[in-house]
Ligand binder design. Structure first.
Ligand code: ATP
Ligand code: MG
Length: 437
């Protein structure tokens, strides 16, 4: 197929048949986020490249290999956002939002761009839902953010998803850990992949996150960060666990989670599904207490998560969970002749103002073709309009599923349509109940 007819590798179209499910999920997400006090923030799709280099970190896969970076016509180096935390932090600093009441809680949904090898659950354009909470150092904030992610997954009905948590300590205790890790990895340096050999000096913890099988095997026996936590970090992690337990949220401690981005401190967590193969992490997040200061803002603690929406959709699909589809056509008004076409237009616009999904012919087609179209789009009711109907102000509403006819007044069509739709909904409900009993 010619390039002009093909989406760029690693990108996906969300087609009309699927967009209602996305809208449902997105609405649910923002509604639940609002219950926790998180309000939506929208930041640009691209930022100065340095925003990501500084925050995500020079030694990460994302910055080293995955960014879409380009020079604009003014010679600035810009990058399509690989995640939204960096831009959000840049924005809240720039607009002084951290000078207002803290904690500041923001949520976002948006596209992210990473040059990766496309496969199931791994795209070059994907979408993340995320939240960031600024100004809260207490373990209860960590538990609250985790609880929000869990409520979203729960309300969308995702099954069999487990929460794994870890603490990677603060820069102080991590120094000791990194030293021990470096010693262990240096002893195995010959077997590490080339990228990890380079990482070893600057950021040995990245090796634990490497996807190559041999590096993973080496990582499996590496010293564990939890054994090196200082007293404050230990107490913080115990606090997070206590709050999760108090909220009835089950979790396992997985000391192998280090997260792929540089800015994390203390708590890190993932929600993992066994139902989507290798790309199993649906949601990843944690605390990043030093990031805001590192980005030129004040010294405020912060934390958040990113949830991959394509992976979430994949889990739902694999688990056979059906999300609401688009509202379908309530009524198709078929018109016979020019006069009726004008009347159909005016009836349609009045009914739409009353909130009905109503369609009429916009292709100047004959009656037969109009009815065929009404059938194809699954119109619940149809009404044929000719000169006679207009003259007598009377027409027949036909229920397509049953063939039942209801005579209605055109001057009172909105009420009549409301009534027949309510009756049809009631019938459908009675049928469902009868089936379940
Ligand atoms: P992975 O280890 O799978 O590469 P990551 O650690 O790079 O994930 P984060 O940067 O933490 O991921 O992003 C948060 C979430 O965004 C992930 O848990 C995942 O659900 C989703 N995500 C990340 N990269 C992609 C991608 N290329 N395609 C689809 N979803 C992605
Ligand atoms: Mg990745």
């Amino acid at each position: 197929m010619a390039e002009i007819n093909r989406a760029v590798k690693g990108t996906n179209d969300i087609l009309p048949a699927d967009s209602a499910a996305w809208q449902f999920v997105e609405r649910k997400i923002l509604d639940i986020a609002a219950l926790y006090g998180f309000r939506e923030i929208r930041v640009p799709v691209f930022e100065h490249t340095e925003v990501f280099q500084r925050s995500v970190g020079d030694t990460t896969d994302v910055v080293q290999k995955e960014m879409y970076t380009f020079d604009d016509k003014g010679g600035r180096s810009l990058t399509l956002r690989p995640e939204l935390t960096a831009g959000t932090v840049r924005s809240v600093i720039e607009h002084g939002l951290l000078n207002a009441a803290l904690p500041l809680k923001v949520a976002y949904i948006g596209g992210c761009y990473r040059y990766e090898k496309p496969q199931a659950g791994r795209l070059r354009e994907f979408h993340q839902f995320g939240v960031e909470c600024f100004g809260a150092a207490s373990p209860s904030a960590d538990a609250e953010v985790i609880s929000l992610a869990r409520q979203v997954l729960g309300e969308i009905d995702v099954q069999k998803i487990s929460l794994e948590i870890n603490s990677i300590g603060c820069p102080e205790c991590r120094k000791l850990y990194q030293q021990a890790l470096k010693e262990y990895l240096t002893a195995n340096i010959d077997r590490l992949c080339d990228t990890c050999k380079e990482r070893l000096d600057r950021n040995p913890m990245r090796v634990l996150d490497c996807k190559s099988p041999i590096c993973s095997e080496i990582a499996a026996n590496a010293p564990v960060v939890l054994d090196y936590l200082c007293d404050d970090c230990k107490a913080h992690f115990e606090g997070v666990k206590a709050h999760l337990t108090a909220m009835g949220i089950s979790f396992t401690v997985n000391p192998k989670i280090v997260r792929g981005l540089d800015y994390y401190t203390r708590t890190v967590f993932e929600f993992v599904s066994g139902d989507i193969g290798a790309q199993a992490t649906v949601c990843g997040g944690g605390r990043y207490d030093g990031l805001v200061a590192q980005m030129g803002g004040q010294n405020v603690p912060a934390l958040g998560f990113g949830m991959g929406l394509e992976r979430l959709m994949l889990v739902l699909q694999n688990q056979g969970i059906v999300l609401p589809s688009a509202k379908s056509c309530d009524l198709y008004i078929a018109a016979l002749g020019d006069n009726a076409a004008l009347k159909a237009s005016s009836l349609c616009s009045a009914l739409r103002e009353d909130g009905f999904n109503v369609q009429c012919d916009v292709c100047a087609r004959g009656l037969k073709a109009q009815m065929k179209y009404a059938d194809k789009i699954g119109a619940a009711f149809t009404l044929v309009l000719g000169d006679n109907e207009i003259e007598t102000d009377t027409a027949n509403l036909k229920q397509m599923a049953t063939g039942n006819i209801t005579e209605v007044k055109l001057s009172n069509l909105s009420d009549a349509l409301g009534n027949v739709l309510r009756e049809a909904a009631l019938d459908a409900l009675t049928e469902t109940v009868a089936k379940t009993i």
